[in-house]
Each structure stands twice: as C-alpha cells, then as structure tokens.
Design a protein around this ligand. Structure first.
Ligand code: NZQ
Ligand code: ZN
Length: 386
C-alpha cells in the first residue's frame, strides 16, 4: 500500500428484508424530537412513510417533518431543515430516501448557527464542530453510498455550484437501514442511473496510481459483480439476489474502504457536478454520458491500468494486440454496457445545450488522476459527450 491511512467507519448497517425491525432499537438511543426528512413523495406511494410514522408514534416520539427535498438537493431546502432543527430542539434527523435526501440531512446536521454554511463548509472547507445533530437513514434508492459515508453534495442554485464535501466520521449516519425490497419501486431510469454511479465510484478510485495494491483487486471484484447483476435487475426489477447485491456493492463502493492507501481520480464527478448545477440532471446519467469521452481522452496517460481494466474486468483477449488496442477495447466494452443498460450516452439528452458547454467547462475544477485537465480539455470532452 503506497500511503498510510486511518480507517474508521461508525455507521451501523442493518441489511435485508426485515431490517426495518431494527428501527425501534435504534430510536431508543435518542431523545424525543425527530426530524423526518424525505423527498418528493415516493415513500408515501410505497407505504413506507406510514410504516415509519407508526414506529415513531409507538416509540412516543414527536415528529417534525421536512419533506420535498429534491434530487440534487438544493441549499435553500437544506437551510429550511436547519431552521426546523434550531426551532424544535431536534434530537435525531431520520432520513428516508435516496442519496439526495441523505446528503441534505448531513448538511442540515452540521450547519447550525452558521449564516452561510455553504460558503463556510463547502466552498471554504472550514472544520465542522462535533456538536452536529445525529443522522439515521432508511435507504430507498441505491447508488451514492451516502448511507455509509460522510459525503454531502449540495447545489447552490444562486451561485450555480454543485459541490461535494466529505465530512468526518462523526457526521456519517449513526445507522442505516438497507432493505433491497424498498428499492423495487424505483423507475428503471433512476435504477440504472444509480448503477452507473456505483460503477463510476469504483472507476474513479481505480484509475489512478501505478502501484500494486489490494484496493484495486477489491475494486475489480466489485465491478465484475455489478456488471453481472445489472442485466438481471433490468430484466426483473424484483430479482432479490440481483437487487440486494447491487445495494451492497453500492455501499461498499463508497464507504472509503476500497480506495484506501492509493491515489484516486474523481474528475468525472467534478465535471458531472457542474453539469448537474446547470441542468439538474440525474447524477448517474451525467456520469454515464461523460465517462467514455473522458477515458478515451486520458487512457494513454495510464495505459497499463486501462489494459488491466480491459482484461480483468471485461475479459478482453489481448492475444496479438497492442496495449493501445486492448485499452480501447476495454473502453468500448464500457460503452456497450452503458448502451445495453439503457443509460444516457449524450449530455444533450440531459438538458445541456451547446452554448452552456463553455461555461460548464470553465466552472469545473482543473484536476484528474492520470492527467490534470485544463478547462480547454474539459470543454473538448463535453463537446464529445454532447
Ligand atoms: O423524491 P422522491 O419522491 O423520493 O423520488 C426520488 C427521486 O426522484 C426517487 N426515489 C427514491 N427512492 C424511491 C424513488 N422512487 C420510487 N421508489 C423509491 N423507493 O429517485 C429519484 C432520485 O433520488 P436521489 O436521491 O436524487 O438519487 P441518488 O440516490 O442517485 O442521489 C443523487 C445525489 O447524491 C449525490 C449526487 O451528486 C446527487 O446529488 N452524490 C452523493 C454522494 C455521497 N454522499 O457520497 C456521492 C455521489 O457521487 C453523488 O455525488
Ligand atoms: Zn457519484
């Protein structure tokens, strides 16, 4: 392992069909006032809202509701939650939903008493205090890994910035309840968007560094398992084996474990976040549309790793082929997976217009794993993805 690290992940995971049964026990660790945070209403349609509210009532909790959190959660909604926490002496934020809702709840948890927390904590990276309000989650949409990490990605519409921050372990959810059956009602569009998000998290941690490390072997296994489960989940949304595997791969992909001791990339995410700030697109679909042009642009700078990716993840036969050919066949296999899984291949399908591309490119961070990209190169990639 190239770098030293400290690993600590305090989130207690309850996984499986009966995992909601653990909620009562978890609630017994907190005071009476619960802020119930959720999205646009899917949890009401699937009957989960009623179940959770009943459990809260049985536990004699006072329920304060903060619904209507949108995908790509907005700063103004986060501030709405902060005000509710301050006004009502909240003891626990209980989130029911996908990554957006969990991210927003973490943002609420750390922002008490701050006038402009987005500026202080996301833009300027100031340290967070330890007196944040605890968060617990019930996950209904798979992809981000937010249920098992300190990530919080918030969109400030006025500043036109979508920015992520990884908070320290005291901000991670104290517990997360993961029942794959709760994800059956997610539309195919959102499901495959989440699946690409998972694959992208794995690739972002994989495509960097040239040392021999266990992290890359772990990542390859998770990628192969995800690629195997995806067509099964698309064919039958209620294939428990496939959906539960995908759910657990998502959590493992971004609970920080598989990226330990190595460099990481994250430039696809950086570009997608700004694409999201301009278009409000589904995160995973933005990643799917950007990834192939991005990897075609950088593969020469990490050629051996792209050859390894082609052979170990996509089973490309390298007999009588140059490294260049093998690497490109791997990227082609990724492109085929995107198409076969009904994911988005062009950012024009996500609301991006030609005249936005320059602004999006210029608002991105110039970084990258194998190659630090300039704004001009990001613009070229966006044009390619268009
Ligand atoms: O709002 P509701 O009505 O609940 O509908 C949601 C939403 O429209 C729907 N949905 C969720 N569970 C459902 C369901 N529909 C039917 N049945 C269910 N059981 O799905 C839609 C998308 O939900 P969202 O939470 O936005 O999706 P996702 O989990 O993909 O979260 C995306 C956000 O997370 C950020 C992304 O940038 C984006 O803002 N990320 C967070 C990360 C982290 N915390 O570590 C890392 C990621 O790279 C990512 O950046
Ligand atoms: Zn992501």
């Amino acid at each position: 392992m190239k770098y030293d690290f400290t690993f600590y992940n305090p989130t207690r995971i309850h996984f499986g069909k009966n995992s909601l049964d653990n909620l009562k026990d978890e609630l017994s660790n907190y005071g009476k006032n619960i802020l119930l945070v959720y999205g646009g209403g899917s949890i009401k349609k699937i009957g989960l809202y009623d179940k959770v509210v009943n459990i809260l009532k049985e536990c004699n909790k006072n329920i304060f509701e903060c619904g209507g959190i949108t995908p790509n959660p907005k700063y103004k909604d986060m501030l709405r939650g902060v005000k509710m926490i301050e006004d009502n002496h909240i003891d626990l934020i209980l989130v029911v939903g996908g990554g957006s809702v969990i991210d927003c709840a973490k943002g609420m948890s750390v922002s008490l008493g701050l006038k402009d927390p987005f500026k202080d904590l996301w833009l300027e990276g100031k340290e967070v205090t330890k007196n944040n309000i605890p968060v617990g989650s019930i996950l209904t949409m798979v992809g981000t890994g937010s249920e098992f990490n300190g990530g919080s990605v918030i969109t400030d519409e006025d500043r036109k910035i979508k920015m992520g921050r990884v908070f320290p372990s005291h901000v991670y959810p104290k517990f997360s309840i993961l029942n794959p059956e709760l994800t059956y009602s997610v539309s195919e569009y959102q499901m495959v968007s989440g699946i690409f998000d998972i694959l992208s998290h794995l690739m972002e941690q994989y495509f960097s560094g040239d040392d021999d490390n266990v992290s890359d072997y772990l990542i390859e296994s998770l990628m192969k398992s995800l690629i195997d489960a995806t067509p099964k989940a698309i064919k039958n949304k209620e294939d428990y084996e496939a959906r539960s595997n995908i759910m657990w791969i998502a959590s493992l992909a971004l609970n920080t474990l598989v990226g330990l001791g190595k460099t990481q990339d994250w430039e696809v995410h950086n570009i997608e976040h700004q694409l999201g700030a301009y278009t409000d697109c589904a995160h995973g679909m933005g990643l799917a549309a950007i990834s192939v042009p991005y990897y075609k642009h950088i593969y020469k700078y990490g050629l051996d790793k792209f050859v390894r990716f082609a052979k170990n993840v996509w089973n490309i036969d390298d007999t009588n082929k140059s490294k260049d050919e093998v690497a490109l066949l791997g990227i082609e296999a990724l492109s085929k997976f995107i198409k076969d899984s009904h994911m988005v291949t062009h950012i024009s399908e996500l609301g991006a217009t030609k005249d936005m591309l320059k602004d999006i490119a210029n608002s991105c961070i110039e970084s990258g794993g194998y190659k630090v990209l300039s704004h001009e190169e990001i613009y070229e990639i966006l044009k390619e993805a268009y």
